[in-house]
Design a protein around this ligand. Structure first.
Ligand SMILES: Cc1cc2nc3c(=O)[nH]c(=O)nc-3n(C[C@H](O)[C@H](O)[C@H](O)COP(=O)(O)OP(=O)(O)OC[C@H]3O[C@@H](n4cnc5c(N)ncnc54)[C@H](O)[C@@H]3O)c2cc1C
Length: 388
């Protein structure tokens, strides 16, 4: 067992950290205020060649693993960019995994290089208003007509839909009761985001204002058969191959946010003098910070384990879910403790901790909630009856 980061992982961390250092807290606070997508940051990450970190080299990427991508995403979040930075590139990093795994050679040639180069931004349209976490209950239909599909329905929470050029979208191609499982009969498409047939309405939300989330109303979206990824009706199984890497990356991002908050709190605790000494000299201030560090590092180890298993081709559902659970809870507690350490100033925007707390909440809610993770572990690891 070797816990040391590889030479490549150290290089990824340093190189991505150097890019992020050009985008300080003031840049992210400004995006949090104006809600404008961080195009300059996205461009800098693309110019560094980092968007294709997990895309095979023959399609313009670096061909590295999820372990390296996790190092990259933690470095982004930890720089203070938080979820505003991480989510702006997140979809390019893991999103087209189903194409890498199940696409034809022609699809990979057509779809992967533009994404790796940052010429195209993709979004991920799975969640629906009437289905929520019960993906088998989605209602968006894809009807086949003359070798094409016509899509109708609604999606919710689709992030980056305001700026996306393409979308990975899950739709029903045969009715729910016809399949054996309720997730049978779903198909996955990666297609052009044709705004003539998709109305996009932004959801005003608590944090990460610069990376939009939206409700989509899809009315007659025309999709060529060549844009279907894998076999018709197998979309859910295909999508599953992208879900574990996503949980691992969100875990890494949460660890990064937690450490960003702890760094700001520790720096403040050394400087702020009350009752004639730095507040950080009090164990009542030190110990909660130290406990949060321990929890974050435990979560980071679980995420590294899950990433290693995924890259080695081993099952990693339990580990990826556990990492996401541990990391999001640790991140939220770290941000809360950081806010308390700063006292009243923790609530002031200019100290950046309240922004991190608001953004850390996303890692608890998406892409899956703590309750559903516990259901997964109870059923799949402990062998308890399925409860939902
Ligand atoms: C900022 C943000 C960005 C997002 N971006 C995207 C995106 O780009 N693309 C996309 O497709 N989706 C996206 N999502 C959606 C996200 O994945 C969902 O919000 C999440 O999966 C939860 O679904 P829901 O909100 O419909 O909750 P629901 O399914 O309505 O659940 C509500 C609550 O009930 C609990 N619950 C439900 N059933 C059970 C049960 N059987 N036992 C115990 N508890 C249960 C849930 O855990 C949850 O706490 C995003 C969400 C957010 C907040």
């Amino acid at each position: 067992m070797d816990f040391a980061p590889s030479q490549t992982q150290r290089e990824v961390e340093e190189a991505v950290g150097r890019i992020c250092a050009r985008f300080g807290d003031e840049y992210w606070l400004a995006r949090d205020r104006d809600g404008v997508f961080p195009h300059e940051f996205y461009g800098a990450i693309a110019a560094g060649g980092w968007l294709g970190i997990c895309i095979p080299e023959e399609y313009g990427g670096s061909g590295l693993g999820v372990a390296e991508a996790a190092v990259m995403m933690r470095a982004i979040a930890q720089s203070g960019a938080g979820m505003s930075g991480a989510s702006s590139v997140h979809m390019n990093i893991f999103g087209l995994n189903p194409v890498v795994r199940f696409g034809t050679a022609a699809q990979k040639d057509r779809m992967l290089p533009p994404l790796a180069a940052g010429r195209v931004k993709a979004c991920f349209a799975v969640t629906e208003p009437n289905a929520g976490l019960d993906t088998g209950a989605i209602e968006t239909r894809a009807e086949k007509k003359d070798g094409r599909y016509v899509l109708n329905g609604a999606k919710v929470w689709t992030s980056t839909a305001q700026v996306a050029d393409t979308m990975l979208i899950l739709a029903r191609t045969s009715p729910r009761d016809e399949g054996r499982k309720h997730t049978d009969g779903l198909s996955l498409f990666y297609t052009v985001f044709d705004r003539r047939f998709v109305e996009v309405r932004e959801i005003e939300k608590m944090g990460r204002k610069a990376v939009d989330s939206n409700t989509l109303f899809i009315d007659g979206l025309d999709v060529p058969e060549d844009d279907r990824i894998g076999a018709e009706g197998q979309g859910f199984e295909i999508l599953l191959h992208g879900l574990n890497p996503e949980r691992i990356l969100v875990a890494a991002e949460a660890v990064g946010i937690g450490h960003a908050a702890l760094a700001r709190a520790s720096a403040y605790a050394k400087e702020r003098v009350v009752f004639g000494r730095p507040i950080g000299q009090n164990q009542g201030v030190q110990h909660p910070l130290a406990e949060r560090w321990i929890a974050l590092e435990a979560a980071a180890l679980m995420a590294a384990n899950a990433a290693w298993r995924y890259d080695a081709g081993l099952s990693c559902g339990a580990e990826a879910n556990a990492a996401k659970y541990l990391a999001s809870e640790a991140a939220i507690r770290a941000c809360e403790t950081a806010m308390l350490t700063l006292g009243g100033y923790g609530y002031a925007k200019e100290y950046h901790v309240e922004r991190l707390l608001r953004e850390a909440m996303i890692t608890r809610l998406a892409p899956v909630t703590p309750q559903l993770i516990l259901c997964h572990i109870a059923e799949r690891v402990l062998g308890l009856p399925k409860s939902y």
